[in-house]
Design a protein around this ligand. Sequence first.
Ligand code: MN
Length: 162
Amino acid sequence: MKKTLNTYIKKRDFNKTPEPPGAKRNDENSNPIFVVQEHHASHLHYDFRLELDGVLKSWAIPKGPSMIPAEKRLAIEVEDHPIEYAQFHGTIPKGEYGAGEVYIWDKGTWQIEGDAHQGIKKGKLEFLLKGKKLKGHFLLIRMHSLQVDKKNNWLLIKKNET
Ligand code: MN
């Protein structure tokens, strides 16, 4: 079990939710995947997830990703999710964490530009998405804030293709 999944596991009761407990390993030979899940929880948001180190790095995007460079979207970093979460869609039961419907909005593969670990540390990830809806170069940039409750705020930005 990946240690970074501790928060994910702690928040959920796998006897009650159909979400995956996160026991599987991914095929390391395949291209890293990304997924965007439309999540009708108490507030509608889109969960943007990038495969890295055998887990899905995750951000909740209230307005959803945009293909328009001028539309910078707030992306709140949340806990890592297990790799098989990329296939999850369905209903999280009432009373459980994140209760509501989950749909797969887009999926595909992604390619980091530079070093992903350095990027996360420094708060700047540049990458290429190859999905159905999301295609091209994107940036995830951590916002600077002195407020503790905003330290996980990033912006997802579509880059101009040159
Ligand atoms: Mn969510």
